[in-house]
Write a protein that binds this ligand. Structure first.
Ligand SMILES: Nc1ncnc2c1ncn2[C@@H]1O[C@H](COP(=O)(O)OP(=O)(O)OP(=O)(O)O)[C@@H](O)[C@H]1O
Length: 247
């Protein structure tokens, strides 16, 4: 996937300014940066929830604007905070909604497989969303995103509202699914520790541009701009403080 000189403005605000970027198939990319730096806008141009003012997004060399938006979105999973399950549909119906809209009925075994992928028992299929915890709802969101066998998984603060233990477990689970299904994953997160632990590549955004593009190892060895290093300092200082406490 590539961004080519991609720009999106909202009035006077340049949310994304002239970004060019290649994302390799199979990679797990984290987008981090301060609130308002343009992470969500950049991501939403991939699934056409936002259209660029200039430049383009290419998938397999094809401009996403040449693909009918609902058709395009069926080829990518999208997980966002507060996942938006349909309250009057069961878990199974929620998971199957994408394929159903395109005329495919998911077999019961496939639903069970998808639940298993997010470490939920198949008995959850019959539950209603209000009978689930927040973490379980996010798991269903991930299962739903994977229901149509996408190659690309887009996640916008997917674990933001979860407690730290659930967040850690679900993050690891998603990374395992990414590897097993050979997905290309783009994840927006505020949490540099999460980005360092889950991603192959971390992009730091500031005022609509990518100011650092490094691997976690490079970031931890001091590479990247000041903003990136300030973000890395947070988990590093916490880890050091904890190690000091324990010694
Ligand atoms: N639909 C919109 N209308 C007007 N301005 C918008 C819209 N969407 C985003 N913006 C503005 O564009 C800029 C980038 O927003 P964006 O949501 O991409 O940032 P972000 O890095 O994802 O922020 P956060 O981490 O808070 O979600 C911000 O200044 C925001 O106010």
């Amino acid at each position: 996937m590539s961004f080519r000189e991609t720009t999106k403005c909202f009035g006077q605000v340049t949310a994304v300014g002239n970004v060019s970027l290649d994302i390799e198939d199979g990679s797990f990319v984290a987008l981090v940066g301060a609130s308002g730096s343009g992470k969500s806008t950049l991501m939403k141009m991939i699934n056409r929830l936002v259209e660029p003012d200039s430049g383009c997004v290419l998938i397999d060399g094809q401009d996403v604007r040449t693909v009918f938006a609902p058709e395009l979105r069926r080829t990518m999973g999208y997980v966002f905070q507060g996942i938006g399950l349909f309250p009057h549909l069961t878990v199974a119906e929620n998971i199957a909604i994408g394929p159903r809209l395109s005329g495919t009925r998911l077999p019961v075994e496939r639903i069970a497989d998808l639940l298993d992928g997010v470490e939920l028992d198949k008995s959850y299929a019959a539950r209603m969303p209000h009978e689930l915890s927040g973490g379980q709802r996010q798991r269903i969101g991930v299962a739903r995103a994977l229901a149509a066998d996408p190659k690309l998984l887009l996640m916008d603060e997917p674990f933001g509202a979860l407690d730290p233990v659930t967040r850690d477990a679900l993050g690891k689970r998603v990374r395992a699914l990414h590897d097993r299904l050979a997905l290309t994953t783009v994840m927006v997160t505020h949490d540099m520790a999460e980005a360092l632990l889950l991603a192959d590549r971390v992009l730091v955004m500031e005022a609509g541009t990518i100011v650092t593009d490094c691997t976690p190892r490079e970031l931890l060895s001091g590479k990247g701009c000041t903003t990136a290093q300030e973000l890395v300092a947070v988990p590093r200082d916490q880890a050091k403080a904890l190690a000091d406490l324990a010694s």
